[in-house]
Design a protein around this ligand. Structure first.
Ligand code: AMP
Length: 283
């Protein structure tokens, strides 16, 4: 595996391989969830490029940024073993030439909901870095986990609107055996917190079952909130999976529903979600 650290080297690589590249952007501290994206990329492309960059512009809490786990040696070993061709590991100074740019790509009605509501600037930071990475590398396909569903939706919209030729591939959310969504942040949980965190996916699964049985948004939302009572909750909602609008009882059901939560355990912010398709109404 080749390792590079400058965007100039990335552009050179792109010029040589361009349309054969499958790209997996990450913030490192890799786990099986990340590796599942790499596997998918390997199956569909001649070359696989992974980036590791803890992007400061998407953290609105500097403490959260400082505490983000890092293990470069282990990450390199995992990627080498997974058969990745190129690892792009820029330093902060190497990614933006003159400090953090102030240009913004915005989708106000998607960015002000769920993970965006309490984290002003988060998704602008994500889209800016993804935009630049796409511009430098111009991959044929880029792989994003549905664990970060809102991020996936926004990247897909940006790629379409700015006419990137990159196909955005959404990949299934991987869980630990007990249901906890895999996340680089899980390492920061105490053992009691780790046990408590199982309740997050359990709440989502219960809410989904209630919805499947009753087709009632209110019943599913009540079940979700009840089961999350033990947590400090940032949000816990049923939304239209395309517009991210919160669903209200009695309004027409969308094609797909996103049940999504963000909670704090041991002061660590964890997110998770499930998708559910309402029954078709036959007329
Ligand atoms: P991150 O390093 O957390 O920014 O994640 C990099 C990519 O891996 C994103 O597209 C995430 O959605 C994806 N990812 C993170 N955790 C998981 C998971 N548990 N299952 C599937 N994809 C994941």
């Amino acid at each position: 595996m080749e390792v590079i650290t400058t965007r100039h080297a990335l552009r050179e690589y792109a010029a040589r391989h361009s349309q054969k590249i499958g790209f997996v952007p990450t913030m490192g501290y890799l786990h099986e969830g990340h590796l599942s994206l790499v596997e998918r990329a390997k199956a569909q492309n001649e070359k696989v490029v992974v980036s590791i960059f803890v992007n400061p512009t998407q953290f609105n809490d500097p403490k959260d940024f400082e505490k983000y786990p890092v293990d470069e040696a282990h990450d390199k070993e995992l990627l080498e073993r997974a058969g990745v061709d190129l690892l792009f590991m820029p330093s902060r100074g190497n990614i933006f030439s003159e400090g953090n740019p102030t240009i913004r790509i915005q989708y106000p009605h998607l960015m002000d909901k769920l993970c965006g509501e309490k984290r002003a600037g988060h998704f602008e930071g994500v889209l800016l870095i993804v935009h630049n990475l796409f511009m430098w590398l111009n991959p044929a396909r880029a792989y994003f986990g549905l664990k970060d569903y809102q991020q996936y939706l926004l990247v897909q919209k940006m790629a379409r609107d700015l006419e990137f030729t990159t196909e955005i591939v959404g990949c299934p959310l991987l869980r630990e055996k007990d249901g906890l969504a895999m996340s680089s942040r899980n390492v920061r949980l105490s053992s009691a917190g780790r046990q408590q965190a199982v309740g997050i996916s359990q709440a989502l699964f219960s809410s989904r079952s209630v919805f499947q049985e009753t087709q009632s948004v209110r019943a599913a939302a009540d079940a979700l909130r009840q089961e999350l009572a033990q947590f400090e909750v940032e949000y816990a909602t049923l939304s239209n999976a395309e517009t991210l609008e919160t669903l209200e009882e009695g309004t027409p059901l969308p094609k797909k529903i996103l049940i999504a939560v963000a909670v704090f355990v041991d002061g660590v912010r964890l997110i998770d979600n499930v998708l559910v398709v309402p029954h078709a109404i036959s007329i």
